[in-house]
Ligand binder design. Structure first.
Ligand SMILES: *Cc1c(COP(=O)(O)O)cnc(C)c1O
Length: 447
């Protein structure tokens, strides 16, 4: 039904879309930054709004014909403000990374000291990691986690007090515990730093009341809209009342840096999709969803631990579970990710605190429950999935990575060929397919 026109006009792209929709339906999507936006959100982002240019803001656009786009953007902004309890929101950032860069550029000059959680300890690239432009144009100092996997609060305080950054980030992408909003806020206030809370991963959990909100412990909040919030790919920058108290011009500074500072015309179809997602997130069903995401993550964590898998921090408070595979040797993440792909469980390999291998051949696997929970799966399904995952780990954990580069490449190539026809993995694949079949995805879409 939905893709019939593409099918006629461009069979090549139609073929790929059809295969990708099939992949999403027939696999267990466990990448914690992914989710399934509703069919209503998909319709909004597939609408003719993509045709419009709307540089500027509602009521002050550069081009004509924006009366209806103005309605949509005003509604999206009003819904964001009400949902997160903030006095200002900008819904135009193209995605999470540009939104974060916009915050830097609104507040800092190149060369200023900034601070965030290190990538290898779960933080995001845009919080000052060396390969990100944010780590190149600013002087970045980073805090991390201790041996227990929790943010090292004393270390974080020491780094902030010693380096006196202009801007401090709190929030992360591979962290299984509640973010230390208050602790980062207190340390930052001692040096007069701006605090930006990046809630990209947990925005939906905050809306659902299962993760603390940073509104009282930050000046600025950024979030993506496509992770636990379950909207289209996009982002929102918000200013809190604390932010307004510190700098009443913050909203104006952010508006100006988003447009014309960094971006041109906003993606109006995305704005409409964000508005629809925010409406969905304001419903009681979404609270239940967010609660179930966390219950499912806890059930998954317990299931894995019962089967002997070690977890970073020993468990989870949110939607993420981080498996530590070092008891089986170092750098096992790459074997396990490839083998899980064969059975139809989609995950990403990840570094663990004190990673003994390297970011490209890490020793951890990051798992998440937001997408599976959207499909309707519950605790008992997580226990079954924990069983599939541990069976896969058992099947491939004896594989060793050669220490030289050429040897590693050859070894992984051979490994991939061998697991594609491994009978034990193919048997688990059958059980994954059976589970997927019981939780239909996008019944509205017939392609
Ligand atoms: C995903 C993520 C981002 C970046 O979002 P993109 O839309 O991928 O650019 C920023 N910060 C955090 C904490 C994230 O998890």
């Amino acid at each position: 039904m939905w893709y019939d026109l593409i099918e006629k006009s461009d069979p090549e792209i139609f073929g790929s879309i059809k295969k990708e929709v099939g992949r999403q339906r027939n696999s267990l999507e466990m990448i914690p930054s992914e989710n399934f936006a509703s069919a209503a959100v998909l319709q909004a982002i597939g609408s003719a709004l993509t045709n419009k240019y709307s540089e500027g803001y509602p009521g002050r656009r550069y081009y004509g014909g924006n009366q209806f786009v103005d309605e949509i953007e005003r509604t999206a902004v009003a819904r964001a403000k009400s949902l997160f309890g903030v006095p200002y929101a900008n819904v135009q950032p193209y995605s999470g990374s540009p939104a974060n860069l916009e915050v830097y550029l609104a507040l800092c000059k190149p060369g200023d000291v900034i601070c965030g959680q290190s990538l290898t300890d779960g933080g995001h690239l845009t919080h000052g990691w060396k390969t990100s432009v944010t780590g190149m144009i600013f002087k970045s100092v980073q805090y991390g986690v201790g041996d227990d996997g929790y943010v090292d609060i004393e270390g974080m305080r020491r780094i902030i007090l010693k380096n006196r950054p202009k801007l401090v980030w709190v929030g992360a992408s591979a962290y299984t515990r509640a973010f230390p909003f208050k602790e980062v806020w207190d340390a930052s206030n001692e040096v007069g730093a701006y605090v930006a809370a990046d809630i990209a991963h947990v925005a939906g959990l905050i809306v659902g009341g299962v993760h603390e909100s940073p509104v009282d412990y930050s000046h600025i909040i950024t979030t993506t809209t496509h992770k636990t919030l379950r909207g289209p790919r996009g982002a929102i920058i918000m200013v809190t009342q604390k932010g307004l108290d510190k700098d009443p011009e913050l909203p104006e500074k952010i508006d100006r840096i988003v447009f014309p500072g960094m971006q041109g015309g906003p993606h109006d179809h995305t704005t409409a999709g964000i508005a629809v997602a925010l409406m969905e997130a304001s419903k009681p069903e979404f609270k239940e969803y967010a609660q179930q995401v966390v219950k499912n993550a806890k059930a998954l964590a317990e299931g894995l631990k019962k089967r002997g898998i070690k977890l970073v921090t020993g468990g989870t408070d949110n939607h993420i579970v981080l498996m530590d595979l070092t008891p089986f040797g170092k750098g096992k993440g790459v074997f396990v990710q490839d083998a899980l792909d064969v059975v139809g469980i989609t995950v990403n390999k990840n570094t663990i605190p004190n990673e003994p291998s390297s970011p490209f051949y890490p020793s951890g696997i990051r798992l998440g429950t937001p997408a599976l929970t959207t499909r309707g799966m519950k605790e008992e399904d997580m226990v079954a999935i924990a069983g599939f995952i541990t069976d896969v780990v058992d099947e491939v954990k004896a594989n060793e990575l050669p220490s030289d580069k050429a040897g590693r490449v050859a070894c992984l190539k051979e490994f991939k060929a061998e697991i594609a026809s491994n009978p034990r993995l193919l048997e688990i694949r059958g059980r994954v397919l059976e589970l997927c079949g019981r939780f239909p995805l996008y019944p509205e879409i017939t392609a």
